[in-house]
Ligand binder design. Structure first.
Ligand SMILES: [Zn+2]
Length: 125
């Protein structure tokens, strides 16, 4: 499916390509990062960090940073939003962490431990 979809709560727009997981902590980002190659690349995820992402007057969402060597790829998981955003989040969670629906607050406690507490430079705003 190529159509991008936007979460009505946080306006997060899911990319057409998705991260897929192969086994624990080894994930692949199936995206055309290299416009010249224009084909999916597989990157090994060396760490992932979960953070609560808050916007005024909106339910929080979970921000996941996948660290792939020098590259950090961020995904927003709308665990507490509604409709397809929540369905997608629930599916994301069961794929990556296993188990049923969960709150953002609880999900952040299940992250792998970050190496440092500060924000890292990356492609996110
Ligand atoms: Zn959302």
């Amino acid at each position: 499916m190529l159509a991008t979809r936007v979460c009505p709560f946080c306006k997060y727009e899911w990319p057409a390509a998705e991260i897929t997981i192969e086994h624990d902590k080894l994930a692949a980002w199936e995206a055309p990062f290299d416009p010249e190659a224009n084909k999916p690349r597989k990157l090994t995820v060396t760490a992932w960090f979960f953070r609560k992402h808050e916007k005024p007057d909106k339910p929080p969402s979970l921000r996941v940073d996948f660290v792939c060597g020098m590259l950090t790829i961020s995904e927003w998981v709308c665990l507490e939003h509604e409709g397809f955003a929540r369905q997608k989040a629930t599916r994301w969670w069961s794929t990556f962490k296993g188990g049923g629906p969960i709150t953002v607050e609880r999900s952040t406690k299940l992250s792998s431990e970050p190496k440092s507490s500060g924000d890292q430079p990356g492609s996110w705003s």
